[in-house]
Every structure is written in C-alpha cells, then in structure tokens.
Design a protein around this ligand. Structure first.
Ligand code: GLA
Length: 564
C-alpha cells in the first residue's frame, strides 16, 4: 500500500524542495509523486535542461533523504494545468503536427525526449537501490483517444530504456476512459475526488487482479481567472481518504503540495461538458487548496489527513517543522518606466498571412502584428479569427478596442483616406492542457478579416517575457502607446517569504531579481502572488512589472497573508 502525495519539482524552487518533502513525511506519507515536464526539460528541439528547477535527479535524491519513495509520471503528456499539458510549444510550429497518437514525427520527438529524461529516473529505481518504485505510462489517455498502438509504443519505450519497476496507467473511473486508456501488461489505476467505492468497483470490473490504487485523489482543485476560488472541505476530503485506505487501496494525494505556476507555465481549460467550450486560463497560484499550502505551511486539511494516515502508516510520523517568519508588510513605488514598444523586438518577420507565435518561435509573451487596410471604405467589422488570447487593436496609432478570446473578437474600423494602419498587439495566456483541443496555438491563428476580406501583408514583431535582464531602461518614450514596464526596489533585511499584490494595476507580469513570478490580473480571484524567499537577498531587490492596460499609481505592496 503506497501512501503517496503529488509534489511537482517544477512548481517549487529547488532551495525549498527539502522543506516541502519533509512536510509530506510529516503528514504521514511515505511516497512522493511527480510528473516530468517535457517543455521545461526541452525548451528547444534537442536542447535539454537539467539544472536548477529542472534537476529532477536531485529532487529524487532529496526525497530519498526525506525518507520518501517516488512515483514518476514522465508523460510525455501530463495535463497538470501546465502549459500545453507539458508538450513543448515548438511541436506546434508545424500546423499539421499530430499529438498523442502513433504518428512518426511526434514519436521521434518523444523518443529523443525519453532518451534524455529517463536515465536519471532509471538509475534511481528501487531495482537498482534507489527510491523510484513506480512509473506511469502517458496520462489519462482514455480521456483523449483510442490509439492502443500509441500507448503500447509509450509502454515499450519505457521498457526499452530500462524501466523495470511496476508500470501503471491512470484514468477516470468510467467505462470509456478505462477502455481507451489501459494497456495490456500494465496495471490500471483510477483518478477521482469522491465516491471511492463506486470507482474501485468499476476498476475491478476491468482489472480484477490489479491492486486497487487511486493515482489522483483530488482533495482540492485549481482556479481560472475570472472565476471563483475553489476549495474543498477538510473533513469531507479526510473522510474520502479514509474510505480509500479502508478499501485496502494505495493512494496518491493530488496535490499534497501544489506550488506555483511561475512565469508563463500555467495552462488553461476549455469549458463545457466535453471541454470544447469557452477558454478558461489557469491562475498563477497552484495552491490547489492542498493540505500543504503554497508557502509550505500545514493547513487544517494537513492535520485531518495526518490523523487518517496515522491509522495506516506503520512508520513513525515526524512532527512538522515550524516555518520562519514572513516579510513585514510594506510598499514599493515603481517610478521608473519603459514602453514595451521602445524595447527592440526579439524578431521581426514579414509574411502574407499573420503567423502564429509558434511559427515565429515565440513560446509566450506579446506580438505586434501590423498591416494596412486600403481605403477609402465604410466602417466594417475587423474580425480576429481564432484570437489567442487577448489583443489591443490600434488604428492609426490610437487604441480602438481590447478584444479577447471567447469574448468580443471584432471591432468596426472605417478608412477615410487612402489607407489606415492597423496594429494588433496580442498577448498569450496558458495553452489548453486538457481535452480534445490540446495543441492550442497562439496569436492571430485564423487570420484577420475586414468584413469577409482577409487582410494580407503583415509585419510582426515578437516580445517574449522570459528575460528582462537587458531592458534599455532610460530610453525615451517614442512609442507613445502600449504596455509599460515599471521598475522599483524592494528592500528587505533578510530573505523571507511574502505575498506581493498590485492594487489598482490591471493585468501583466511581475519579475523579482529577474525571475518571472507569473501573471497578475485584476479579474481575480487571485490577488496576491506568492514571493518565495530564495528569490530575495538582504538589501535592495529589483522589482519589475509589465502592465498591459495602464496604472494610475504604480505602487506594489507586500502583505503577510495570501488572498487567492
Ligand atoms: C487530471 C490530470 C491531472 C490534473 C487533474 C486536475 O486528473 O491527470 O494532471 O490535470 O486532472 O487537477
């Protein structure tokens, strides 16, 4: 019986892995589960990253030191509210790319990734004296497709690279998901948040001989921008946990500790019963209302789970270590400014039709698309077909509209003289990570029409948001429009955790000493951004904010409690 909890190394700074892992042990768990995030490890085709937050081998070693075994779920697709479900955005540069099926080009990319990512896992297996005790094949494949040949290929790819601990699949506990997602010779597990008795009965009908396991016990949930913050009652969740364990099943708490979708790593969903409806971008926090909160502190759910786990855990359960104090409350003025459009673009391309972000090699950020509409002509609707995800439209240099995917995507434009210049500044939000519409390209994906007529002849400039180290602060304001970078200094006595909030600001991105904390948006529900202590140093710390819509009083605040 595995008493496991999910904790993704890629959602926690490496300096904090040990504290988070020790909290899993202190809750009564003996195993940690993590996905592997392909898009973190292979940011460009063939260029691999295994340092810092991507050092999964070190994470597994620290888990072993904390007394935890490990379940590894390498994907290649992981869902996880993570951009594109972990599939690198560069896969989408090819408009005909096929994902999650037995397609030779896709499989060649997966093979190269597995060659790079599996060695640190394989050498740490229990069979070789390490702590890795289980590896998962794909992720909830039954929620996506029926390509048995593909699933068998993934299974064989793991075996061929030396995986010899038990393999599992995991799926929703329904007939169609289990039939689509399970594969011969691999134990099936189920994912659910309630009613364990029915779930295990369904699983047992398919796999009477597989030991029962809930691979994802959803004891909390995640949030989307513009929706209400979701929580799950601790007593109710503890009751379901008790019933899972009373059934003699293994469990993996999803999540034990959620962490943070730093930078542009958050994914998105599409609403509706079949996940094909309105676009719902996921917020920056991945607190998940988990038993161990975003800062690593125990919650009421932690204590309720600890009581339940103590009934089943044969090892001694250590007491949780207290956390150091938080930063004192305070405020920082960000007086220095720089227009985004005064920053040299990372690239400029000229094309007949508007390119996608992926075609331009832009993972996330902003792109300015420019063209001319020949005139004169009366006011017709300018349509941004397939807008992903939000756009500021400028006509002859003035803001004409702010448009949004799943909202208003057109605006009337008249041309009085010989021509009008149209500039469309598009910002990307997370790529859909779940359902039939994964492979969510960004930009002006379906072209731009004036009435029925496509507009051609585009010049497009890209502005990635991953690196703000070389910004030309001090450059004069020549652009006169568009998003503005603001800079200020946060002075601290000692590096401590804090919660950063941007009251009166609208939407954008925040960096602390060059590290992108993530997106903020006044739409909520998330108000505060978790600011982890390893990003700070005693003395002055650079705070940069890119504000997309404008702010009257550029002040950031540090608070002592989260508001999610
Ligand atoms: C599914 C996926 C997970 C995660 C959860 C919801 O179970 O397998 O990766 O997306 O849904 O949090």
């Amino acid at each position: 019986m595995l008493l496991s909890g999910a904790l993704h190394y890629f959602r926690v700074l490496p300096e904090q892995w040990t504290q988070r892992l020790s909290m899993l042990r202190a809750m009564g768990l003996d195993t940690v589960e993590t996905y592997l995030a392909w898009n973190l490890h292979e940011p460009e085709p063939g260029r691999f990253e295994f340092g810092g937050r991507a050092d999964v081998g070190r994470f597994l070693d620290l888990a072993a030191e904390a007394g935890l075994d490990a379940i590894v779920r390498p994907g290649p697709y992981i869902c996880a509210e993570w951009d594109n479900g972990g599939l690198p955005s560069w896969l989408l540069a090819d408009r005909s790319a096929r994902l999650r099926c037995h397609d030779p080009e896709y499989l060649a990319h997966v093979a190269r990734y597995f060659d790079a990512v599996l060695p640190p896992i394989v050498e740490r297996q229990r069979t070789r004296g390490g702590n890795v005790v289980m590896v998962q094949v794909e992720n909830e494949y039954g929620s996506f497709g029926t390509d048995r040949r593909y699933l068998e290929w993934v299974r064989d790819a793991l075996l061929e690279r030396g995986v010899d601990v038990p393999l599992v699949t995991s799926d929703g506990p329904t007939d169609h998901m289990l039939t689509g997602g399970s594969v011969p010779g691999v134990a099936a597990t189920a994912n659910f948040g309630s009613d364990p008795e029915t779930a295990f009965a369904t699983l047992a009908r398919y796999r009477p001989d597989d030991p029962p396991m809930c691979m994802e016990f959803w004891n909390g949930w995640f949030d989307h921008w513009g929706e209400r913050h979701v929580t799950r009652d601790a007593a109710d969740a503890a009751d379901v946990l008790d019933r899972i364990l009373a059934a003699g099943a293994s469990v993996n708490l999803y999540m034990a500790h959620g962490g943070t979708n730093f930078g542009t790593t958050a994914g998105a969903n599409l609403g509706g019963a079949e996940s094909t409806g309105a676009y719902q971008p996921t917020v920056t926090s991945y607190d998940y209302d988990a038993p161990i909160d975003e800062r690593g502190a125990p919650t009421a759910k932690f204590h309720a789970f600890r009581e339940v786990l103590a009934k089943y855990q044969r090892r001694e359960i250590p007491e949780p270590e207290p956390l150091p104090p938080l930063l004192p409350a305070g405020s920082v003025r960000l007086d220095e400014t720089l227009r985004l459009l005064d920053v040299p673009a990372a690239s400029v391309v000229e094309t007949a039709e508007p390119p996608t972000f992926e075609e331009m090699g832009l993972h996330h950020g902003l792109a300015l698309y420019r063209t001319e509409i020949p005139g004169p002509r009366q006011a017709y609707d300018l349509h941004l077909d397939g807008l992903a995800d939000r756009a500021h439209v400028y006509v002859d240099g003035s803001l004409a509209a702010v448009l949004e995917r799943s909202g208003e995507t057109s605006t009337p434009v008249a041309v009085e003289g010989g021509s009008a210049s149209v500039e469309i500044l598009v910002e990307s939000m997370g790529r859909v990570n779940y359902g039939p519409r994964i492979g969510d390209r960004k930009g002006l994906v379906g072209g731009v029409r004036h009435e029925r007529q496509f507009l051609h002849g585009w010049t497009t400039a890209t502005y990635p948001v991953d690196d703000v180290s070389g910004l030309p602060w001090g450059a004069p304001d020549t652009a006169g429009r568009g998003p503005v970078f603001h800079r200020g200094v946060l002075t601290v006595d000692e590096p401590r955790d804090g919660y950063l909030v941007l009251p009166g600001w609208t939407k954008g991105y925040v960096w602390v000493n060059g590290f992108c904390l993530g997106r903020y948006w006044d739409r909520g529900p998330q108000r505060t951004l978790y600011l982890p202590w390893p990003l700070l140093r005693a003395g002055g710390n650079e705070l940069v904010v890119l504000e997309l819509d404008g702010v009257a009083d550029p002040v950031a605040e540090i608070r002592t409690a989260p508001e999610l």
